[in-house]
Write a protein that binds this ligand. Structure first.
Ligand SMILES: Nc1ncnc2c1ncn2[C@@H]1O[C@H](COP(=O)(O)OP(=O)(O)OP(=O)(O)O)[C@@H](O)[C@H]1O
Ligand SMILES: Cc1ncsc1CCO
Ligand SMILES: [Mg+2]
Length: 274
């Protein structure tokens, strides 16, 4: 990796994290029951302000106040879907960035259709694991193991480009390398540790972090998305230095994210153009 490029991305990522800390963007999260705690704590430790408000009765009042909206279909049920669609419609109408996590998109017809309907409401960013992005790009069931991926992120790069082109969203695929594309250029972030997959909802949490970074700079969603993924990965790497397993990594990751300083971010971020 070219040193100048790496440092430039590191400096960019630090600027985003510093701005999240100073501006504390308000993020409306309509997310699954499993992820609510980790997602809210991830946003707080990064300096953002999470609010888990999902009722369609309050989105007309609340969504106009937020800096970004995050929608995650992890524990989707019939009555939550209209709430998600209403909030997404409001965000799009108000020109506010909104970010989709299409959890287990290929696991059922109901879920796939719900995700495709949400994508028609123009998310700014879609972040999923490889199997989710492949299922969406093909608009069909793909081999997936529920919420876990049965593909490597490198297997989903072409699918991510195609989904970005068809949807107009920036698309991110997480994995050993996190790829981010607008359909034209691709950047890769090589941070994180494999044990992050052994903590439920780390993917959900990093998608919320993407929403916070995109709230700072909606017109540069590729840069903001790659930076959020790399910063979360650096926090995981630092957390792993003292963790004894997934449970302590979860705690140490949140502590590390809260404590990240300029040197750790600039020297730790490994983003590069592909
Ligand atoms: N092999 C790996 N090496 C390093 N980091 C990884 C690896 N696999 C995943 N990660 C990191 O773990 C986080 C979660 O990514 P993952 O692909 O597991 O999401 P996910 O499947 O959507 O998770 P969940 O549904 O549990 O929220 C991301 O920050 C990603 O970069
Ligand atoms: C385990 C699980 N099931 C539905 S959502 C979720 C959290 C990780 O995606
Ligand atoms: Mg996921």
């Amino acid at each position: 990796m070219e040193d100048g490029e790496k440092r430039e991305w590191g400096a960019k990522a630090w600027t985003y994290l510093s701005s999240v800390r100073s501006q504390s963007p308000l993020i409306q999260c309509i997310t699954n029951f499993v992820s609510m705690d980790l997602t809210a704590n991830t946003l707080l430790s990064a300096g953002a302000s999470p609010a888990m408000l999902h009722s369609p009765n309050e989105s007309p009042d609340f969504t106009p106040q937020v800096n970004a909206l995050y929608i995650n279909v992890g524990t989707l049920s019939d009555n939550w879907l209209p709430a998600m669609e209403l909030a997404a419609q409001l965000a799009s109408k108000l020109n506010k960035p909104w970010v989709l996590d299409p959890v287990a998109a290929g696991a059922s017809c109901f879920r796939l259709k719900a995700c495709l309907d949400l994508i028609s409401l123009k998310p700014t960013v879609i972040r999923g694991n490889a199997s989710e992005i492949i299922a969406l790009a093909r608009a069909s069931f793909a081999s997936t193991k529920g919420v876990d991926s049965s593909h490597d992120s490198t297997d989903a790069v072409e699918a991510a480009k195609s989904l970005a082109n068809s949807s107009g969203a920036v698309v991110a695929v997480s994995g050993a390398v996190d790829f981010v594309t607008d359909g034209n250029r691709i950047v890769g972030a090589r941070n994180g540790v494999p044990m992050m997959q052994k903590i439920t909802a780390t993917g959900c949490a990093v998608t919320a972090l993407i929403a916070a970074f995109v709230a700072i700079d909606p017109s540069h969603a590729v840069e903001a998305t790659a930076s959020a993924l790399a910063v979360f990965g650096v926090a995981g790497e630092l957390g792993m230095e003292t963790a004894r397993g997934p449970a302590s990594l979860r705690t140490h990751l949140i502590d590390s994210l809260h404590g990240l300083d300029q040197t750790a971010v600039i020297s730790g971020v490994k983003i590069t153009a592909i």
